[in-house]
Design a protein around this ligand. Structure first.
Ligand code: IVH
Length: 667
């Protein structure tokens, strides 16, 4: 097969597998086989970028860096829906429609997805643009990020119109959201408050590879075309499935056609009760007149269509008594105030505690012990205290005085200017900070030490055997065996777990150290860039911020971590114990040989630093050359490139790649 044909074949094949997996939920190929095909395509595209399709599945892995999003006018304005909060208003909506057009009215009931609205333009079966809502007239072009969402087809099949828009909602599935928050907690970063805002923040990120890693999903709910080939909305939504779209599931009752107000109410009641079982959040139900002609007849007000209405669920709230405010100390020393509530049933779970976040929040709510408070769970995972019922406040009530000393070790708390959180500064002697740090260190995604759990850490600490992670590697059989619940086998397991952890790669060891703001992804970036711990320790803040995606906040945190002699001495002891503090170069080299033997010239100004770009070339087996010659294989071309260089490259017929093209091809 010719290379060009092979690229076309692989592109089509992989797009079909993606569709099977992400839209139809049935896969006919193993992950391994899929990865092999993808790799083959990536390599062919690097060698022959001229044959690569703009909608290649290799773009799904992200890598396009767009600094500011361009604003682009919507082809069809993105209107909003009029909202209603009561069933009477829905009744009135139906009466209004009857009066305006009369006759038999079919309605389509749908979920109101709580995410970010998106409008996606397809031309000749290819995804060409994705815009956020913006002001409804113009939106931001977030195409590179939207391409990474697997539920959105890049290339269509079947009999589609030449040009049309699909509208939908990008949602953060709850499972992926919870996982992201767990990872953030592990990195000592503040957790995200809710899936909607996080989806909205994610879709506007500069680095699409991060977007790709977050697992966003999309529900496409409406087709917009100059000439809509379908009689009604319901038919349209169900038919576009054949073109490759993931539209709301009929089988799961996400969408239903009804022909009476009773049918509408039944749908509303069903989802009011069942919405907590959905894998994503919704905030209501949308009711639309089905027939497209009738929609046209009804038309629009200045803000919204007359043929549709949203019924918004009331967030479930209950009142209960706040028994006590307690304070937790995290591994970084951060203090979190917690409301201990009189247990109460809410949205199917018993709520006993709620996060009060920080001193400012307590002051804002003016919340006090023994107050009656309203707790809300708008389908969200974490219950929230919304307000205090002041009418029920006991007479003898006194304002809450935020603690001044650590509830665990008594140290005076500090609050850094501009930060919301109070901290206990006694990092080397405060019990929950010590055990918290060690628990983080042994975590599954860090050192993954088998045979050592949270309880054992506390036990070892209380027995005076460990005060930091380095102490773990000095433990002996004789020291551990006398402890309660320890048998020969469990001691041996623990010691073996510690021994095995010495093979854990550098990036995980770096994550395990528990440097504030250094989570899994940042640790990987730092490890790859600096290659060993000594280079990282020696790095200045300027050098740190030169690394892609590392900002001032992380740089400062890394710097101050290694300025603490205690931390450096722990690192040195861990090094002596035999842990990995260098990048495994052999593994790293093998990651890709996509540019093996290629001579590449980098010229001009880029989004990423030129140094990073050169390192990237080396890590994929390529050679950086300084000037263009007949031996040059590629020219990676940035802004403001000199005209003479450009002319020379053109004359020699050298393949030129933009930064985006280059990165996307490397995946
Ligand atoms: S139809 C002109 N259907 O709700 C009507 N919108 O205020 C266009 N939304 O931000 C909207 N689920 O993104 C429609 N099933 C659904 C929806 C839905 C969520 C969002 C939409 C927009 C807002 C409308």
């Amino acid at each position: 097969m010719e290379i060009k044909e092979r690229i076309a074949f692989l592109t089509k094949e992989l797009n079909q597998h993606n569709h099977n997996y992400y839209v139809l939920n049935k896969s006919v190929i193993s992950d391994y086989d899929f990865d092999m095909l993808l790799k083959e395509l990536q390599e062919l595209e690097v060698k022959h970028p001229e044959y690569a399709f703009p909608n290649s599945p290799t773009k799904r892995v992200g890598g396009d860096i767009t600094k500011n999003f361009e604003t682009v006018a919507h082809r069809f304005p993105m209107l909003s829906l009029s909202n209603s909060y009561s069933k009477e208003e829905i009744q009135e909506f139906d009466e209004r429609i009857q009066k305006l057009i009369g006759g038999e009215i079919e309605y389509v009931c749908e979920l109101k997805y709580d995410g970010v609205a998106i409008s996606i333009t397809y031309e000749n079966g290819e995804l060409v643009r994705a815009l956020t809502r913006g002001d409804g007239i113009e939106g931001e072009d977030v195409t590179a990020n939207v391409r990474t969402i697997r539920a959105i087809p890049l290339k269509l099949q079947g009999d589609y119109p030449e040009s049309f828009d699909m509208r939908g909602e990008i949602v953060f599935p709850l499972a992926a959201f919870n996982q992201l928050n767990q990872e953030r907690e592990a990195a000592g970063e503040p957790i995200f408050a809710n899936p909607r805002n996080t989806a909205s923040g994610t879709i506007k990120m500069q680095d699409s590879s991060i977007v790709a890693s977050r697992g966003l999903d999309c529900q496409l709910y409406q087709l917009y075309a100059d000439v809509n080939p379908f009689e009604g909305h319901f038919e349209a939504v169900n038919s576009v499935k054949d073109w490759g779209f993931k539209t709301p599931s009929l089988a799961d009752n996400y969408i239903k056609k009804v022909n009476s107000i009773e049918g509408i109410m039944e749908f509303i009641n069903y989802w009011d009760e069942k919405r907590s079982e959905l894998p994503f959040e919704i905030d209501g139900i949308v009711i639309k007149v089905n027939n497209h002609h009738k929609q046209q007849e009804l038309g629009f007000t200045s803000k919204s269509p007359r043929w549709a209405i949203a019924y918004k669920f009331k967030a479930e709230r209950v009142s209960t008594v706040l028994n006590e405010i307690t304070y937790q100390v995290g591994r970084t020393g951060a203090i979190t105030p917690v409301a201990n509530l009189e247990p109460v049933q809410l949205a199917g779970t018993t709520v006993k505690r709620a996060n009060l976040h920080n001193a400012d929040q307590i002051e804002k709510l003016d919340i006090r012990e023994k107050d009656t408070v309203y707790v809300e769970k708008g389908g969200e995972i974490i219950p929230k205290i919304i307000e205090v019922d002041f009418s029920k406040r006991p007479k003898e009530s006194e304002p809450t005085v935020y603690i001044k000393h650590c509830p665990e070790c008594g140290s005076e708390l500090v609050r850094v200017e501009g930060e919301a959180q109070h901290y206990c500064p006694n990092s080397s002697n405060c019990k929950p900070q010590i055990t918290g740090k060690i628990e983080h260190f042994i975590g599954r995604k860090m050192m993954n030490i088998d045979g050592l759990g949270v309880e054992t850490v506390v036990q070892l600490f209380e027995a005076g055997l460990i005060k930091n992670s380095a102490d773990l590697y000095d433990l002996t059989f004789e020291q551990i065996e006398p402890l309660e619940r320890m048998a020969e086998k469990s001691v041996n397991n623990l010691l073996k777990g510690l021994e095995d952890s010495k093979k854990v790669p550098f990036e995980k060891v770096l994550f395990a150290l528990g440097i504030r703001y250094v989570g899994e992804t940042v640790a990987k970036k730092l490890a790859k860039y600096f290659r060993n711990i000594d280079a990282l320790i020696a790095a200045s803040e300027e050098e740190l911020v030169a690394v892609d995606e590392i900002g001032g906040r992380i740089a400062e945190s890394v710097k101050s971590f290694f300025e603490d002699e205690m931390n450096v001495s722990i690192v040195n002891r861990l090094k002596t114990a035999g842990l990995q503090f260098e990048l495994d170069e052999t593994e790293h080299q093998q990651q890709s040989a996509a540019l093996e033997g290629k001579s590449i010239v980098v010229s001009g100004v880029f989004e990423m630093s030129r140094n990073d770009l050169k390192k990237l070339i080396e890590s994929h087996g390529g050679k950086n050359a300084s000037s263009i010659s007949s031996k040059t294989d590629y020219l990676v071309r940035g802004d403001k490139m000199g005209p003479s260089k450009l002319a020379k490259a053109e004359k020699l017929g050298i393949t030129m790649l933009s930064e985006q093209e280059f990165l996307a091809l490397l995946g």
